[in-house]
Write a protein that binds this ligand. Structure first.
Ligand code: NAD
Ligand code: UFG
Length: 339
């Protein structure tokens, strides 16, 4: 079966393309490279030893999407394409709503036109409200009350897909709510390559380690956690990628809407991450405690039980693996794909 992967040149998309190719799926990528490099796809093919098809197009371009569906016999879509920087979404809300909502709507219209009804969507733990108790579960935790436009785009796209599946029982949609993906392919050939100053913790730590940044700013040490710093559910990106393959396999036998958390169920604090990274890599990470970052929660972690039961999927990599593979990628590619 051929899988259309939107945003396949990006961080999670490229790792998922490797897993798909290795499992024998044909892969067709569409990506406008707004936040990625086509080199990632060369490396994907190198790792898998197989070719994929790539189109440098915007998913909002209906004509381009129709042409891709006409050219390839697509069985299923994984929709990663989107803008994802929380802070940027606050200053550029219209760009975020335009890109993330219109890409999803155009994609679904083109799918409908071409008889493709299976879609896996990159959602986020950010769709859960801030007032839940942990762990977050698909059925038991509240969603909504998002704190930024990025989070609302994920919430709204979930609703668009849910309504589409409700309107036509042939559709199968899997909404995958990612927790905090980190790490890289163990080969060190592909990984996360943020543009500018990284927003997220792990890319920042690894850029400090390689000497691109002086020190890490730790956003608050007065949270109600074991050491006062924020706790998150970090998941190895290869585990996350395999969750998508499991979702595709599940969808073959199920119609309608399904929602799955992709997390490990274990939380680590910012300082746990710094210490683990130092221990595994031998690199010192100087840090300074600064004010809390607005909008951050003390603790966020998943219940991974539903994914284990229904997808037969469970994260396999541990914190040491995540740190080792982050460092393998960063040290082999100090300036990312431009190295
Ligand atoms: P990424 O930026 O590396 O990948 C997204 C890709 O989509 C990029 O290659 C970008 O060029 C492409 N893209 C964006 N808009 C496009 C458009 N209109 N047409 C074509 N291509 C377009 O991000 P990622 O970390 O790989 O995230 C993938 C998805 O997962 C995103 O939807 C993101 O919101 C979601 N997600 C990410 C995280 C995370 O922490 N990384 C957490 C939860 C959810
Ligand atoms: N942190 C720092 N210093 C930094 C960066 C982060 O101390 O330079 C802290 C944060 O305060 C937080 C933790 O490290 O306690 C993790 O922060 P990230 O920015 O790496 O991740 P978030 O949990 O804030 O958000 C991420 C994605 C969101 C996504 C969410 C849930 O950025 O898009 O995970 O999936 F919605």
């Amino acid at each position: 079966m051929n899988v259309l992967v939107t945003g396949g040149a990006g961080y999670i998309g490229s790792h998922t393309c490797v897993e798909l190719l290795e499992k024998g799926y044909g892969v067709v990528v569409v990506d406008n490279l707004v936040n990625s490099s086509a080199k990632s796809l060369e490396r994907v093919q190198q790792i898998a030893g197989k070719d994929l098809a790539f189109y440098e197009e915007d998913v909002r371009n209906r004509g381009a999407m129709d042409a891709i569906f006409e050219k390839h016999d697509i069985g299923c879509v994984i929709h990663f394409a989107g803008l994802k920087a929380v802070g940027q979404s606050v200053s550029m809300p219209l760009e975020y709503y335009d890109n993330n909502l219109n890409s999803t709507i155009t994609l679904c219209q083109s799918m409908k036109e071409h008889g493709v009804r299976d879609i896996v969507f990159s959602s986020s733990a950010t769709v859960y409200s801030g007032d839940n108790t942990m762990p977050l579960s698909e059925a038991g935790s509240r969603t909504g009350m998002c704190t930024n436009p990025y989070g609302w785009t994920k919430y709204m796209c979930e609703q668009i897909l849910r309504d589409t599946a409700f309107s036509d029982k042939d559709w199968s949609i899997a909404l995958l709510r990612y927790f905090n993906p980190i790490g890289a392919h163990p080969s060190g050939l592909i990984g996360e390559d943020p543009r500018g100053i990284p927003n997220n913790l792990m890319p920042f730590i690894s850029q400090v380690a390689i000497g691109r940044r002086d020190h890490l700013s730790v956003f608050g040490n007065d949270y109600d956690t074991h050491d006062g710093t924020g706790v998150r559910d970090y998941i190895h990106v290869v585990d996350l990628a395999r969750g998508h393959v499991a979702a595709i396999e599940y969808m073959l036998g199920h119609r309608g809407e399904s929602v799955f958390n992709l997390g490990t169920g274990t939380g680590y604090s910012v300082l746990d991450m710094v210490k683990a990274f130092e221990r595994v890599t031998g690199q010192k990470i100087p840090y300074e405690i600064v004010d809390r970052r607005p909008g951050d929660l003390a603790t966020v972690y998943a219940s991974p039980d539903k994914s284990a039961q229904l997808l037969g999927w469970k994260a396999q990599y541990n914190l040491e693996d995540m740190c080792r593979d982050t460092w393998a990628w960063q040290s082999k590619n100090p300036m990312g794909y431009d190295s």
